[in-house]
Design a protein around this ligand. Structure first.
Ligand code: HEM
Length: 499
């Protein structure tokens, strides 16, 4: 059979790339027969551990320095707080996100804060910190959270509880957090929680673009996806289309806002529009915020509700505190001020993210040869990863009961305290690039937690002992979080389950 000319052309064009690929693979020593690399390459770890992060935790626990190097990935992984401080603060400039990371997310995020280093990052960081520090934006975020919860989330759960159906709470939280972050950042309401409506084009293409971009990071060599991108085939073709739609829709919002005025709008985009005129740059900044604030919040809520459903004593303590501070009235979300008095709730949220951080690991790339605080040598170009998931399971940081869900460990005389070295709990990262949405995220998590727990008892439909995660940038339960929702009712001052 004769080969078609187009395939011949593709093959000839690919030859130099394939040659470079082989040279790079050989040079990078992607083959190594040490026990750890073999277990990685052959997926041997899956026989003993439910998730890759559990295997890494095991390796890190068994390393005297709490640091390991996976040769085939050219990746140094650490759970040592001194190393984390060194890379995120002390020698910050030598551990940028780096080109490999920005290449993966570059098509989608462009020059947005999440994806840049150096001056561009410094400029956006300064501008965003200024805006996010304002009382008015916090009040706006609280208002959005309040509306989303009372107008959409609670009615949705109400209807599910009446029908006694199984609900995937993870899916609901993903929709909720997308609606919230879009309204906050863009002033745009994609209405994902309106289950009667089809998902908006924006939500579908944003989801696809972030999923396919994250999948690039899972391919052994970046050259693989780069070749697919060059020929615009397979997942890269879908990614290109999804990014195009997301960008067009985002730019349309910006244009409309410019046309109809933005000075009286409260969202982040409108605030940034007064200092930036470049539309592409504005679009990139806002899309970074959507990515940063969407899956993280949904992930934190999912593991929180999974843990609380398995720990009725924690649920009872949260409800007891809420009744004491807010009173028995279930109606209306508590004020931001009242929320700050809910110390046990705050501790429970911190504790759930200690065990299940939404971002289980986070990587930088070493610019010049360096030596970490524990003496580990790191060659330039090495990927260096700190691992909050493993760090939450280290006995020397949290004590012998480190695997237990115990919000009390964050309380002293009933008051939340955090005198730990911040680099022992890098759930929101730490140092110079610490998460900009931390306060907002905590407020959102606590608002949802308290509103739902006071009205509903959540019962797990599956009683698995260990969650299994999907591969990706943010921790996602592979099978969702399937639950039954039972409405509570108020009898005098006591909240009980509906009979
Ligand atoms: C539970 C929720 C959240 C967690 C656990 C979390 C965690 C993190 C982490 C680990 C990073 C560092 C990522 C990296 O540099 O590779 C980060 C950065 C960031 N986060 Fe969050 N985040 C959360 C919610 C949010 C929200 C709601 C927003 C938006 C309002 C947000 C905005 C950002 C931004 C803009 C950055 C980039 C900061 C910089 O590069 O200087 N985050 N976050």
């Amino acid at each position: 059979m004769e080969s078609s000319p187009s395939w011949f052309l593709i093959f000839s064009l690919s030859l130099p790339i394939i040659t470079v690929l082989i040279i790079r693979l050989v040079r990078k020593r992607v083959y190594c027969n040490c026990e750890i690399c073999q277990a990685y390459v052959e997926s041997g770890w899956t026989k003993h551990f439910p998730n890759l992060c559990d295997w890494y935790t095991h390796l890190l626990k068994n390393s005297p320095t709490r640091t390991v190097h996976i040769h085939v990935l050219n990746n140094t992984i650490t759970a040592n707080p001194d190393n984390v401080e060194y890379m995120l603060k002390t020698n910050f400039d030598n551990f940028p996100k780096g080109k490999p990371f920005s290449a993966i997310l570059g098509d989608f995020l462009g020059r947005g804060i999440f994806n840049v280093d150096g001056d561009s990052w410094r400029f956006q960081r300064k501008m965003a910190s200024l805006e996010l520090g304002r009382v008015s934006i916090r009040a706006y975020a609280f208002e959005i959270g309040h509306q989303e919860i009372s107008r959409r989330l609670l009615p949705l759960l109400e209807s599910v509880s009446a029908k006694n159906e199984i609900l995937d709470l993870q899916d609901v939280f993903r929709r909720f957090s997308f609606d919230s972050i879009c309204r906050f950042s863009f002033g745009l309401d994609p209405k994902c929680l309106e289950l009667s409506l089809p998902l908006s084009k924006f939500a579908v293409s944003f989801d696809l673009a972030s999923k396919l971009s994250a999948e690039r990071a899972m391919i052994a060599s970046p050259l693989m996806w780069k070749i697919k991108r060059l020929f615009n085939v397979g997942s890269e073709k879908k990614l290109r289309q999804a990014i195009k739609i997301t960008h067009i829709l985002a730019q349309e919002v910006i244009r409309q806002r410019r046309k109809f005025g933005f000075s009286d709008q409260k969202d982040l985009l409108s605030r940034f529009m007064s200092s930036i005129s470049d539309e592409t740059y504005l679009r990139d900044i806002i899309i970074s915020f959507l990515l940063a604030g969407r899956d993280t919040v949904a992930s934190a809520l999912t593991s929180f509700f999974w843990l609380v459903a398995r720990h009725p004593e924690v649920e009872a303590a949260i409800l007891f505190e809420a009744e004491k501070i807010i009173g028995p009235n279930q109606e209306g979300l508590t004020s931001y001020k009242q929320m700050q008095k809910l110390h046990y709730l705050h501790a429970s949220v911190y504790e759930s993210m200690r065990l299940y951080p939404p971002i289980q690991f986070d990587s930088k790339f070493c610019l010049d040869d360096d030596v970490l605080a524990d003496g580990s040598f790191v060659k330039r170009g090495t990927r260096v990863t700190y691992h909050p998931y493993a760090m939450g399971r280290m006995e020397e940081i949290w004590g012998k009961d480190c695997l237990e869900f115990k919000p009390e460990r964050w309380l002293r005389d009933g008051v939340f305290f955090h005198d730990q070295n911040p680099f022992q709990y890098p759930v929101f990262q730490g140092g110079l690039r610490i998460c900009l949405g931390k306060e907002m995220a905590l407020m959102e998590l606590k608002s949802v937690a308290i509103s739902l727990l006071r009205r509903f008892r959540i019962e797990l439909a599956q009683s698995e002992h260990v969650p299994r995660f999907s591969p990706g940038l943010t921790a996602t339960f592979r099978d969702g979080l399937r639950v039954f929702v039972h409405a509570r009712r108020v009898i005098s001052s006591k909240v009980t389950d509906e009979i």
